[in-house]
Design a protein around this ligand. Sequence first.
Ligand code: URA
Length: 407
Amino acid sequence: MIIDIINKKANKYELTKEELETIFIGYLKDEVKDYQMSAFLMAICINDMSDSEVFALTDIFIKSGDVLDLSFIDGIKVDKHSTGGVGDKTTLIVAPLVASCNVPVIKMSGRGLGYTGGTIDKLESIPGFNVNLTEEEIKKQASDIGIVITSQTRDLTPLDKKVYALRDVTATTNSIPLIASSIMSKKIAGGADKIVIDIKVGNGALIKTEEEAKRLESLLIKIGSYYQKEVKTVISDMNRPLGHNIGNRLEVLEALDVLENKEKGKLYDLSIELASKMVSLGKEISESDARKEVIENLENGKALNKFKEFVKYQNGNIENLSIDAKVYNIKANREGVLKDINALNIAKLCEYLGAGRKNKDDKIDYNAGIIIKKEIGEEVKEGDILASIYTNIDNPIFNLERIFEIF
Ligand code: URA
């Protein structure tokens, strides 16, 4: 009985794989109701899961849908995942950078749900870019240029999708075992041989504390070794947005700045770190040797050329990429030092401006977003422009104090 399984978790007992299958597969088949699954997920949030429960749940998620076989592509396939952050455009930089080092990158992504778009939305903001490739096209592109980013061709981990949608509306997103099994099931079903995971920590992320990030890190590595897939992780700050631009096309423009060696800073550093880990896994070389190669290919323009080749191959056009929106400036209301930029509140403003979606069928305004003009620690005068807002909304409303802290 479903109620016995819920009770068992509520009373802190360990569940068997059969019990987990009964409730989760029952949910996929609509035999278990949303209200029963909500109670069960909350019991997991409060009482946690053992490692063997997490392995079993990951397996149930994987087997709920298709599993991709990428063995037709030579070489070790390394995938990258981010737990989600504001202004996180690292995939746009890291994927061509890694591919330029001759490590194949074949990424299948979903569209983003949330305050700002996902990688597929960012790519779709490039005029003409085709994110709907057939499996034949993926194979040809992978063997021709070694890099493909496309939406999912098959139904991967449909159970995770259904459970995640429920977690989103029942305050059960921040359970570490649920996050770990959700991420790892998608990566394994996506056919990766090895995986690099960027765990974001801070007010703009799902994970709020360093301690939770460490627990997630250890669980992701354990699940990886259970499936004989090597996992490397990075724990990175998400109290502040990553880089200056937030919003789909604005993020493509900033990724280009990094690839063109025009921007250093946190976005550059994190991109180099993630790419070095991926190249080290893909080529089975040390991270320091991988790092040298990665920096060289960013500086000599090979990564930029790979990005251009990849965009062109998928019919995108980045000549004259510009923003078609009204511009409003956020100005400092006093003199002082810029102490903080709140990632979560910037993300909420971006969604309001049109850059994200609340429901999966909402339309995104690819031009909408924000460019931050000042750095933390910089002195500002009253009237200085702190950020520019791009939107098609007339006279957007924003609250300066919720985004910028000046002392
Ligand atoms: N990312 C995922 O894919 N799943 C989660 O549960 C959290 C972040």
